[in-house]
Design a protein around this ligand. Structure first.
Ligand SMILES: [Zn+2]
Ligand SMILES: [Zn+2]
Length: 267
């Protein structure tokens, strides 16, 4: 299974999951043109996408879901609240509930796991292929034991590392917004992401990508060093950061996995 972030951050998120038989998008927060451009850098046309899973209705995750239905007839999988908020085309939508095991093609299953986030019905996704698992977790202010249970020991984990606590607290945002971001339904700080990862990483965890870094309240080197501080005892694999522009690299977690595959061009 290959995991490639086409770009992550408050201006749009989309991730491509590929197995030998299917190509699936996780979130689609880009315009149609941006999505096509980013897929083309991987040598893929939007028409080749089998379906898209949408985590929640916020524009940076689901804002481009209608576009891919209308433009390319791509099937979208979402829970009812998300589908309703986004105004998805019912003809091209499959509805799931939390913890439904979704079978996609003949070689991929995906489990949606609820996470707390800002007036939305957000879910993390745990994808399984060939006995190996990849988790994609974004936009959550805290986590549940249930999430830990499903993510522990995944071969790959992509998770948001949204803000540096000191930068946020001392930065320009109004207090109400600072409160919302740091609250139970907000986003994870670098420290919280490190704590979560220290609970779920095992010796089967081979790669981690930190995603959705705030451009105002975070920096890649701060996110990386803070998270490494928490996980150095439990993780010796590959740690990467996905920024707003991409794709920059892919993680491959097949049986003969090596280091991440680099993607030559970025936009
Ligand atoms: Zn977001
Ligand atoms: Zn959100």
């Amino acid at each position: 299974m290959t995991i490639t972030h086409l770009g992550t951050g408050s201006r749009g998120n989309a991730t491509l999951l590929e197995t030998p038989n299917v190509k699936v998008l996780v979130d689609q927060g880009f315009s149609g043109n941006q999505l096509k451009k980013r897929l083309n850098l991987l040598g893929i046309e939007p028409e080749e996408i089998d379906c898209a899973l949408i985590s929640h209705h916020h524009g940076d995750h689901g804002g481009g879901a209608c576009v891919i239905q209308n433009k390319w007839g791509i099937q979208v999988l979402a829970n009812e609240r998300t589908a309703l908020e986004l105004g998805l085309d019912p003809e091209l939508t499959s509805y799931f509930s939390a913890l439904d095991l979704l079978r996609i093609g003949d070689d991929l299953t995906v489990l949606p796991v609820p996470v707390p986030h800002d007036g939305s019905d957000n879910v993390a996704f745990v994808a399984s292929h060939g006995g190996e698992r990849a988790a994609i977790i974004t936009d959550l202010g805290s986590w549940t034991d249930e999430l830990i249970t499903h993510v522990r020991g995944c071969e790959h984990i992509s998770i948001e590392s949204n803000y540096d606590h000191h930068r946020l607290v001392n930065g320009p945002y109004p207090y109400s917004l600072k409160d919302r971001i740091t609250g139970r339904g907000g986003h994870l700080s670098n420290e919280q992401t490190g704590q979560f990862l220290s609970e779920v990483c095992t010796d089967t965890t081979r790669s981690i990508t930190l995603t959705h870094l705030s451009s105002k309240n975070n920096r890649p080197h701060i996110a990386e060093s803070t998270v490494l501080y928490y996980i150095e005892e439990v993780f010796s694999g590959d740690l990467r950061i996905s920024l707003q522009d991409g794709p920059e690299f892919s993680h491959y977690i097949g049986k003969d996995a090596t280091s991440p595959t680099s993607v030559e061009t970025r936009i």
